[in-house]
Design a protein around this ligand. Sequence first.
Ligand code: NAP
Ligand code: MG
Length: 504
Amino acid sequence: MESLVLDIVTPNGHHYKQPTGLFINNEFVAAASGQTITSIDPATDKPIATVHAAGAEDVDRAVHAAKVALGHASWKKLSPTDRGQMMAKLAQLIDQNKELFASIDAWDNGKPYHVALNEDLPEAITTIQYYSGWADKTFGQTISTTPDKFAYTLRQPIGVIAQIIPWNYPLSMAAWKLGPALACGNTIVLKPAEQTPLSILVLATLIKTAGFPPGVINILNGTGKDAGAALVAHPLVDKVAFTGSTATAKHIMKTAADTLKNITLETGGKSPLLVFPDADLEQAVKWAHFGIMSNQGQICTATSRVFVHRAVMDEFLARFRETVTTTSIVGDQWDENTFQGPQVTRAQYERVLQYVDIGKREGATLFMGGEKAVVADPKNRSGYFVQPTVFTDVTDEMRIAREEVFGPVVVVLPFEEEDEAVRRANDSTYGLGAAVFTRDIQRGHRVAAEIEAGMVWINSSQDCDPRVPFGGVKQSGIGRELGQAGLEAYSQVKAVHVNMGTKL
Ligand code: NAP
Ligand code: MG
């Protein structure tokens, strides 16, 4: 593959230059591996662009660049104030190009353009802005010990960070990773998901414009099995920060153990949403719908198990059907009316439909959906569209109630008692999000405390804010991202003992 830049026009008319190389030391370079990745438009099943894909040799080169940058005065001696300003500048540059970024992510991932523009982009921009403010506010402590002695602590970067991100929110997942790592003074090699390789390369061009020294942020497209695995195994990588499936996270943890790398893992979920009989049902239905059907159901915190008190089950289901029918409009990325675009890849599309079959074979009732969705426009006939799908008569043991589908598929389960609802909600290997709908404030807080999850929403679902810690318990992850907690993941504390006296 020769060219390192392509002239592209997006389906909504943005003419832009798409870099295709690996971004190392602030330059786009060809992959030594000779490997490529072709990005596909999931609405049409047609290729968008082919980019370079890193192999082990490329990974080694990028890691060395990050290692050199870590010790280079241009980064190491940069004042935290200047570092913060560089980050703020990057956020501003993304903001100035937000329509282009939203167009690329919508095209590449399948999410509606208006969602990319109004949800993903603000999230990416505010996350980098938020952490730009932390850059000059992360201090150590002074600790008094004896009359002659004291100690102080320095909060220092961890070093070279490998960041491996998924495809469901390409740009905002990158921002979640880059923001806190840069605020703490680390250097980075980031591997995007092979399904969504494009927007991050445009971001790379802005990294240079914002003034980051060469080697501070390196971006390598590539597959998990080649580029991802080589990064995790590389001896000069000090930490791996990963978002993706629990299966991959286990693999990464094992490999990282060889050189005792620090890790942060944000993985899957089967998050419960509990509707008590005193809930505002209109709100419960609205959020239950949003909690599973938004982003094509491709959200790690999707509230995919809805437990509804038996007294309100019939009304809940009737209203849920109505909301899905009127709100979950399936279509391509460019139609303003689209709520649900295609699934990201053919593999994910097939996986979702397989789970529908599994549910049917397990004896659950297909309450609605369950088929390929046929959209009107003939150019989208081969797109990966799935109907929003609801199962009832589900038991806790069924695979559709236990495994992460990662699509617009929800199971609705009845319950009778609060204790029972909490016990069944907690009967999962996962523990990422959870939602509770009730008008009883005591119950709301009591259940929030009892649920095994990293995040709980009371009378809501999917709220996420750069100021608020995000992460899972049990097999949903290790460590926290976002908020002040996110800084812990990217800094380490050094203790310095000072002796001002002469006594032993
Ligand atoms: P995945 O395989 O876990 O991918 C996540 C990231 O890890 C990608 O960048 C991937 O590279 C990389 N990767 C894969 N194998 C690796 C390895 N051995 N070493 C290092 N990195 C590796 O997830 P997926 O295949 O895209 O999706 C499968 C399932 O994961 C979904 O159905 C869903 O259940 C879950 N998922 C969860 C989230 C989340 O936000 N928690 C996001 C996406 C998916 P490639 O780009 O080459 O795959
Ligand atoms: Mg794609």
